[in-house]
Design a protein around this ligand. Structure first.
Ligand code: HEM
Ligand SMILES: *[C@@H]1O[C@H](CO)[C@@H](O)[C@H](O)[C@H]1NC(C)=O
Length: 320
């Protein structure tokens, strides 16, 4: 009797857990049936763009980060309205890659109209960007995200960390997205590619917290380099974040941070936590860095995703 009741329970539990696994979720080769060439079409578009501009991957990887941290990976970052995320301070005159993403979306729309979401176009592009800039192969990248309808500029300020943030604040923001200290450290390694506007670091290199001096945490010889690249009167100048290999997704960021050559206070903040600081040293080993970076990018790609019949597939990525 007790035995058969147990059996009924077991079957019930099985049914319930089966229901929850058949619930829509991300999976590899998501478009294999509905648009078999989707991933290769996107990859070819990104590769073409990369061949004429080696800095494209930086824009795309940052786009993925800024999409996923604000309302989840739902392509809200691509929407246009009078008060959209694009207009938020972290994004305005700074995010790059919109044209490449539009080209990739247009190419998959031509092959399979209304099938591939803008959120997945961003995610696949970020994967391709990692492969190109990191000279690596990333298998089993998940698809199946759907596009959200809402984009609000103010949400960029509350969901994206500022370059002036200390370690506590950085970790708080990452934890609020289901990411941990390791993800914070390894994903900050994206600052081994791409560029920044001088305006963000002028105070840090000329008048840190009203001292009329540079942030004492910066290597003095690097202060000089930065001052040469960023005269006080030129906030609009653009500087590479990695002076050595600015288009290669390598471990140079961690070598730099470890020597006081991180560009932002948020980069240097990683040295102020014992665990993060230990990770900064560990990730100077390329064989450790690459798989860990990919792993945390996968985690980032799961944040707040819409799946199944949630959201929609936008035909044009900037229109809800
Ligand atoms: C941890 C907190 C982070 C802060 C405070 C931060 C802040 C910034 C800032 C201020 C810029 C310069 C933007 C400009 O001047 O145009 C930048 C650039 C960049 N960030 Fe971050 N970031 C963070 C984490 C990340 C993460 C997690 C990723 C991706 C995984 C990322 C990828 C990039 C890339 C690739 C660039 C270069 C963009 C380009 O060349 O257009 N960042 N970041
Ligand atoms: C970090 O920054 C936050 C926000 O500015 C501040 O409230 C907090 O006291 C700072 N923490 C430390 C340890 O400096």
């Amino acid at each position: 009797m007790a035995d058969s009741r147990m059996r009924v329970l077991a079957v019930l539990c099985l049914v319930i857990s089966c229901l929850s696994v058949t619930e829509a979720q991300l999976r590899a080769n998501y478009y294999q049936q509905s648009c078999p060439r989707a991933e290769s079409i996107i990859k070819q578009t990104i590769r073409n763009a990369y061949n004429s501009d080696k800095t494209i991957p930086a824009g795309l990887i940052r786009m993925f980060f800024h999409d996923c941290f604000v309302r989840g990976c739902d392509a809200s970052v691509l929407l246009d309205n009078s008060d959209s995320e694009k207009l938020g301070a972290p994004n305005a005159n700074s995010l790059r890659g919109f044209n490449v993403l539009d080209a990739a979306k247009a190419a998959v729309e031509a092959a399979c109209p209304g099938v591939v979401s803008c959120a997945d176009v961003i995610a696949y592009s970020a994967r391709d960007a990692m492969e190109l800039a990191g000279n690596i192969v990333v298998n089993n990248w998940l698809g199946g995200r759907r596009d959200g309808p809402v984009s609000i500029s103010a949400e960029t300020l509350t969901n994206l960390p500022a370059p002036f943030a200390n370690f506590t604040t950085l970790l708080k923001v990452f934890r609020s997205k289901g990411l941990d200290q390791n993800d914070l450290v390894i994903l900050s390694g994206a600052h081994t590619i791409g560029h920044a506007h001088c305006g963000i670091v002028l105070q840090r290199i000329y008048n840190f917290k009203g001292t009329n001096k540079a942030d004492p945490a910066i290597d003095p010889s690097y202060v000089q380099t930065l001052r040469n690249l960023c005269p006080q009167t030129a906030p609009g100048n653009i500087i590479n974040m990695d002076q050595l290999t600015p288009t290669v997704l390598d471990v140079n960021y961690f070598r730099d941070v470890n020597r006081g050559r991180g560009l932002f206070e948020s980069d240097n903040a990683l040295r102020t936590s014992p665990i993060a600081n230990a990770l900064v040293k560990i990730y100077q080993v390329p064989q450790v860095f690459s798989p860990s970076f990919v792993n945390s990018m996968r985690k980032m790609g799961n944040i707040g995703v819409l799946t199944g019949n949630q959201g929609k597939i936008r035909r044009v990525c900037n229109v809800a």
